[in-house]
Design a protein around this ligand. Structure first.
Ligand code: GLY
Ligand code: MN
Ligand code: MN
Length: 430
């Protein structure tokens, strides 16, 4: 891990909050992610499952966490299993969690080697009535392959058919949606690193550079600031590539007179930043580019103000749609008849702005959160309106990450990242 140690108060608090929601005489199990093979003996870089990380801070493969608040043996109320390390492993793979180090990182006193799991788990299961399984209930999830968690669930159901089963997902969704101040600090760091990358690119950008060269500039700045890299596959889309919403090829030349839409965020300590900026390749916006840019920025500002406690997700998106409609009318992209005759299920503005305005962000770029419950302080959202006009070769999206406050407007974690036209032009032409 490149990141600095995290105050384990965060993980202790998260476990306490989770356990407070559990049924009597129940235990919950959280598995780490698999390490994915690429062929031969190579693997992809390990990414920890966000839930076990959230509850323990353990950032290592082959790790299991059990929470059992009513366990008759106090030593088994929080238990972490890690792979046994030894001098040989230390020489070949470097430092792994020892039992002492695992306790230091997680604040969990009882740490066992993974090889003891079946025996300890059997003992704990005989003392429990209910087991919480950590199924994936994210609204965008796509179940296409069996995870380590899935395999654990199948095996456990076969071995312990007389237990009651419960779901961790609703508890995790609720908890992870409201960020602890220590999480906000980590997210701020991810945003600050992203800011440094963007400022580097403002200096680097000129006609003739390749999209992948820009990608490399970001990564250089991210790595040297203790980031683990990109929070998601970056989009560096010049000219009309910006009108392909999930363009990730990043292999074209940036041409004089075009814009470049960059949807890029760093990850720090597993927390994501999600930024979009659109800048002119030659450092100066044309009149038309400015008009469209200002419209997007207006919508973004108005949308951000609406992110306050009590706001409902659906209403918010509807209202942002209304504001976007006014801007598109002013730009001459829609006329009154388009709006009067619009299909309420696919309003006219969707022709130019076809994606959502916001999503929760945190450990996952598209984070957990309960979309049918009113927003509350501590929720962190992106705000990311865009206008896409393929006929004109213009695609503009602006995206910041903001934290809902008890009162007033949200706090913008990307408030220091240049966004106004004048500032961008000045930085690019200095
Ligand atoms: N970069 C992914 C998103 O904006 O949702
Ligand atoms: Mn984005
Ligand atoms: Mn986003």
């Amino acid at each position: 891990m490149k990141y600095d140690p995290i105050d384990n108060t965060l993980f202790k608090t998260n476990r306490k909050n989770f356990m407070a929601q559990m049924k009597p005489s129940s235990l919950a199990v959280f598995n780490s992610n698999d390490v994915f093979k690429t062929g031969a003996d190579s693997t992809m870089p390990f990414k920890q499952h966000r839930d076990i990380f959230y509850l323990s801070g353990a950032d290592q493969e082959d790790t299991i966490l059990i929470l059992f608040p009513d366990c008759p043996d106090p030593a088994h109320r929080e238990v972490l299993f890690v792979t046994e390390t030894n001098d040989h492993i230390a020489v070949w793979e470097g430092e792994k969690l020892t039992k002492e180090k695992a306790t230091e990182v997680t604040g969990i006193e009882t740490v066992y080697w993974l090889k003891e799991f079946d025996k300890k788990f059997f003992e704990m299961m005989t003392q429990a009535e209910t087991i919480y399984f950590n199924t994936n209930e994210h609204y965008r999830q796509a179940v296409e392959m069996q995870t380590r968690e899935d395999r654990f669930i199948l095996k456990t159901k076969a071995q312990y058919p007389a237990h009651n089963y419960a779901k961790s997902a609703p508890i995790m969704q609720r908890l992870r949606a409201v960020k602890h101040p220590l999480e906000i600090e980590l997210m701020q760091t991810a945003c600050d690193i992203t800011n440094a990358g963007f400022r580097r690119v403002l200096e680097f950008m000129k006609p003739g550079v390749m999209e992948y060269e820009i990608e490399a500039e970001y990564l250089h700045e991210f790595f040297r600031r203790r980031s683990d890299g990109f929070a998601y596959t970056p989009i560096i889309a010049s000219g009309n590539n910006a009108n392909v919403l999930h363009y990730v090829q990043n292999n074209q030349e940036c041409k004089d007179g075009d814009l470049v839409l960059m949807d890029v965020g760093s990850t720090y300590a597993n927390y994501a930043a999600d930024m979009s900026r659109t800048i002119p390749v030659n450092g100066t916006f044309t009149k038309r580019q400015k008009e469209v840019y200002k419209a997007v920025n207006n919508v973004k500002k108005a949308a951000t103000k609406m992110l306050t406690p009590g706001t409902l997700w659906k209403e918010y998106h509807k209202e942002v749609g209304n504001i976007m409609t006014s801007e598109l009318l002013a730009l001459g992209l829609l006329d009154k008849a388009d709006v009067q005759n619009e299909d309420k299920d696919w309003p006219a503005y969707k022709k130019y702005f076809m994606h959502g305005t916001s999503h929760h962000i945190g450990l996952d770029t598209h984070d957990y959160g309960l979309l049918w419950e009113p927003m509350q302080a501590g929720n962190v959202f992106t705000v990311e309106p865009g206008i896409y006009i393929p006929n004109e070769g213009i695609g503009i999206r602006l995206e910041d990450d903001v934290v809902i406050q008890e009162k007033g407007s949200p706090k913008n974690l990307m408030g220091d990242i240049p966004i106004e036209i004048e500032e961008i032009e000045e930085l690019m032409n200095k």
